[in-house]
Design a protein around this ligand. Structure first.
Ligand SMILES: Cc1cc2nc3c(=O)[nH]c(=O)nc-3n(C[C@H](O)[C@H](O)[C@H](O)COP(=O)(O)OP(=O)(O)OC[C@H]3O[C@@H](n4cnc5c(N)ncnc54)[C@H](O)[C@@H]3O)c2cc1C
Length: 413
């Protein structure tokens, strides 16, 4: 029986599962695997099959900086070593500087008694490795004592209805599925969040992040470089192959202009914007751009339903924390459901889900508003405010205990 036939027959039997996860991006795939490994019967429904990752492929334009808390979760799920050995750029330093005042702040792993601050990895490598692990989990192998994960792909949820003991999902192809809990990890636009009637708050930054991988005259020194310009932050993140991954946040019109530049003009302009910190920019891949917004779900919970990942919170990439917050949601949800099971409670009960929703929403809100405050502070242009900002940054750079607290927070400790 091939996979599609197998999956269709599984759908027809439609048993009541413990958890149905909708959205198989990095966060959805991680939560499905985490719950399956914790012994919950789980289904993962994804609209689009992930692209297979091959080492010979060009590095995916979408990369993320994974913090130690995310590395710990991925390690716990048994996938981190494969990701690291496939292609991951470690970084041990971070240098952040202000174009207007010149004030800079440095973070250094060694001075905090750590080997690394994190790794830069490709989104599709993380997603693909998780999907491979899910396939192994669902493929009948009990070697890792993982209980099965049913992957339904392509599958789209058109509606759902919470009942006393379960939630009933209607799929676009007419099939139905029942679970005790529905987990929505379907991204920032989250159709499920809308179906659940959960609103969002936030603001559109009217910015786009222009991304590309660039070759620079000087080596990146395993350092994440970030220059704050009044137009937005520009980051050069160290890739495993010696290049740097650019994330250049710009107002809409400026981003469109930068996307349209010819190759040499782009390299020249980027060299100036990066203050030639890594020397001249000598080569680049194609460019792409992503719209930026702050978006927080008004609540993370409805009847037998929770949100996590970008479906719950979308943040400015200046702190490189979006997926790290999502993976912290995963850990919290898994621990909440395991604790409920041990206590003999229904994992979809409102009082159980409240613990997850309350803890993660308050933590994510604090972080999201902190990143937003940073974006606003670095947009200040009046000379007095720029001077105050410069003073504050220089002071912070010398306040080792506070700087350490900030760094530990970013690491997810
Ligand atoms: C330029 C940029 C740089 C960034 N850098 C960093 C960084 O350095 N560090 C960091 O931590 N974060 C970073 N982020 C944020 C990070 O990329 C996101 O937080 C992360 O990708 C969100 O993952 P997710 O799984 O929650 O959502 P998504 O990746 O959006 O996945 C959602 C999935 O749901 C599926 N789906 C949607 N609707 C349905 C449906 N109805 N039925 C079934 N499936 C559905 C989609 O096909 C998709 O696969 C960055 C973001 C940007 C834009």
């Amino acid at each position: 029986m091939n996979t599609t036939t197998q999956e269709v027959s599984i759908r027809r039997r439609a048993p009541a599962l413990d958890v149905a996860v909708v959205g198989g991006g990095m966060v959805g795939a991680a939560v499905a695997l985490a719950l399956a490994r914790a012994g919950f019967s789980t289904a993962l429904l994804e609209a689009r099959a992930p692209t297979a990752w091959h080492v010979s492929d060009e590095v995916d334009l979408r990369v993320v900086g994974l913090a130690p808390s995310s590395l710990a979760l991925l390690d716990d799920l048994g996938v981190w070593t494969s990701i690291r050995d496939a292609r991951a750029g470690p970084y041990a330093h971070m240098h952040v500087w202000d174009a207007e005042s010149g004030a800079a702040i440095d973070f250094d792993a060694a001075s905090e008694g750590r080997d690394l601050l994190g790794y830069i990895v490709e989104n599709n490598l993380v997603q693909w490795t998780l999907w491979q692990a899910l396939e192994a989990a669902g493929g009948g192998s009990r070697a890792t004592s993982v209980c099965g994960v049913r992957r339904l792909c392509p599958a789209e949820v058109k509606g759902f209805e919470a009942r006393e003991d379960r939630i009933q999902l209607q799929l676009a192809d007419g099939e139905t599925l029942a679970a005790r809990l529905l987990v929505a990890a379907d991204g920032a636009a989250s159709p499920l969040r809308q179906l659940a009637g959960i609103g969002t708050r936030g603001r559109d930054y009217a910015q786009r992040a222009v991304v590309a991988h660039v070759r620079t005259e000087r080596p990146h020194e395993n350092t994440a470089w970030q220059r704050f310009l009044s137009s937005g932050p520009l980051a050069l993140l160290p890739l495993a192959d010696g290049r740097s991954s650019l994330v250049w946040s710009l107002p809409e019109a400026a981003a469109q202009r930068v996307l349209a530049l010819d190759d040499q003009a782009f390299l020249d302009e980027l060299g100036i914007a990066s203050d030639f910190r890594l020397g001249r920019i000598v080569g680049s891949t194609k460019r792409a751009a992503f719209p930026l917004k702050l978006q927080l779900a008004e609540r993370y919970q409805a009847d037998r339903f929770v949100l996590l990942g970008d479906a719950a919170h979308a943040v400015h990439p200046l702190a490189g924390q979006g997926v790290n917050l999502g993976l912290r949601d995963v850990t919290e949800l898994r621990d909440t459901l395991v604790a409920a099971r041990i206590a003999g409670r229904d994992i979809g009960a409102a009082h159980v889900l409240r613990r997850y929703a309350r803890r993660r929403r308050s933590a994510d809100t604090l972080d999201a508003l902190g990143f937003d405050a940073l974006a606003r502070i670095y947009a200040w242009q009046s000379p007095a405010l720029v001077a105050a900002r410069g003073f504050g940054v220089r002071l912070l750079d010398h306040l080792a205990p506070l700087k350490r607290r900030l760094s530990e927070h970013a690491a997810g400790f």
